[in-house]
Design a protein around this ligand. Structure first.
Ligand SMILES: Cc1cc2nc3c(=O)[nH]c(=O)nc-3n(C[C@H](O)[C@H](O)[C@H](O)COP(=O)(O)OP(=O)(O)OC[C@H]3O[C@@H](n4cnc5c(N)ncnc54)[C@H](O)[C@@H]3O)c2cc1C
Length: 419
């Protein structure tokens, strides 16, 4: 029998997650693993019966790697995960003949643990979906179309009533919005998201090269924005190339030869001949943070709660912090016999995550403003700053541990502990 069928009847579930991206699936698996077969978890997403086609790769920091280990997903992706062994930061104009190095990072976040691994989004998503099936998560290939807060259904009701596209209805004690940056669930709940678009887009492509990268990540701060070369397995790299939105559209539409020319001007020839493999795509960039991460029997996670600039490769890692914190507060509550959708439980989640999210949003915004411009004065300031940091190994190590997600009040899953 399908393990999903023995606990999740068609019309009732404990937690309903809208969105089967990495955040939604990771939460589903963590909850099933923590609370067992008696606790029904359902994920609804129209994309569940489509073939995913995300050309991106993500820097998965040490804490997120621990979460994937704790929920039984890491072994399936470890073989294709490329450790980042060192990182080089340069700051120059596109026309400069040489790009002087201002900052280097190397070494592990903790002994034997690289600060991050590059993992392609496709295999990561596939591994999570397989683990969700294995742990008996109910999977519904339909969008969350509408829902009525419990208090509207009937005063004192302890469940929401949720309508799926296609007409099916589900009752749930808690609804989780994991439906991405343009979250319809957040909008329907009337929770505004505050922020702005940067007018920039990130062009993403995978590049194969003659020579191996040796696990080195490179971030070149060019006047239009950062150009990152992130190492993948099999002598390939993932490119995240920031441009003004209109320029990104122009570059994306170029015939293959011209695109290759533009790419090579930025990538250089240090790894030999390069070749774009697979599709190229552009993603608009913004900073958006939801005014609240919770509502009535509702919690927001991942991009539904916050979208940040990819400059530091932290967006998904922040979503995984939401997953770890929300899974922990739900599991604690259910074990104590409490209602996982109650305001007290959800407020604990919100307190845990909102401040950290604001801090990361502000940090990535500041970095982007400092680096994505042509001012010679700002250039001098940032290069002196980078040069100073480069000479202070203790400060660099602190930055590495912070970026690896190992600092502060870290939820259990991010410490690699079972719930
Ligand atoms: C160029 C670029 C590079 C990046 N690099 C990194 C990196 O290196 N490291 C990092 O940590 N982060 C990175 N990020 C950020 C990261 O990609 C996102 O934070 C992450 O993909 C968000 O995952 P999610 O699960 O929250 O949402 P999504 O992946 O957007 O998933 C949302 C899901 O919800 C579904 N959905 C939508 N509407 C509904 C509905 N009504 N009902 C049900 N389901 C619905 C969608 O079909 C989708 O499957 C990068 C982002 C960009 C743009």
């Amino acid at each position: 029998m399908d393990p999903a069928q023995d606990h999740a009847s068609d019309d009732r579930t404990d937690v309903l997650i809208g969105g089967a991206g990495v955040a939604g699936l990771a939460l589903a698996v963590a909850l099933r693993q923590g609370l067992g077969a008696g606790f029904a978890v359902t994920v609804a997403d129209p994309a569940l019966d489509k073939t995913p086609s995300d050309p991106r790769a993500s820097a998965i920091v040490a804490a997120a790697q621990r979460l994937f280990q704790a929920i039984g997903v890491w072994d399936a992706i470890a073989g294709e995960a490329q450790p980042i062994l060192d990182m080089v930061v340069t700051d120059s104009r596109l026309t400069d003949a040489v790009r002087p190095t201002f900052l280097t990072f190397d070494g592990d976040a903790e002994p034997g643990q690289p600060f991050a691994h590059m993992v392609e989004n496709g295999p990561l998503h596939a591994a999570l979906l397989a683990r969700a099936r294995e742990t008996g998560v109910g999977l519904r290939p339909a969008a969350i179309a509408e829902f009525a807060p419990a208090s509207v259904v009937s005063p004192g009701a302890r469940e929401l009533s949720v309508g799926l596209a296609g007409g099916a209805r589900l009752r749930a004690r808690l609804l989780v919005a994991a439906d991405g940056a343009r979250s319809g669930i957040r909008e329907r709940a009337g929770i505004p998201s505050r922020g702005w678009n940067y007018g920039q887009s990130a062009i993403v492509a995978t590049v194969a090269h003659e020579r191996d990268h040796g696990g080195r990540a490179q971030e070149h701060f060019l006047p239009a924005g950062p150009f990152a070369i992130l190492p993948l397995k099999h002598s390939r790299s993932s490119i995240v190339w920031t441009e003004q939105a209109a320029e990104a559209e122009r570059i994306l539409a170029l015939p293959e030869r011209d695109f290759h020319g533009e790419l090579e001007r930025r990538f250089g020839l240090h790894l030999g001949e390069i070749e774009v493999v697979g599709p190229r795509r552009a993603y608009p960039i913004g900073l958006w943070i939801a005014r609240a991460f919770i509502g009535e029997r509702l919690a927001l996670i991942g991009d539904a709660a916050h979208v940040i600039h990819p400059i530091a490769g932290q967006g998904l890692n922040m979503g995984l912090k939401d997953v770890a914190a929300l899974a922990e507060v739900i599991v604690d509550a259910v074990r104590l016999g409490l209602d996982p959708g109650s305001l007290a439980v959800l407020e604990r989640y919100q307190r845990w995550r909102r401040f950290d999210t604001m801090a990361m949003g502000i940090a990535t915004d500041g970095l982007n403003r400092l680096f994505s411009n042509q001012s010679d004065v700002l250039r001098l300031v940032r290069d002196v700053g980078l040069g100073l940091v480069d000479r202070l190994p203790a400060l660099k190590h602190l930055f590495i541990r912070e970026a690896a997600g190992l600092v502060g009040e870290v939820p259990k899953l991010l410490r690699g502990e079972a719930l």
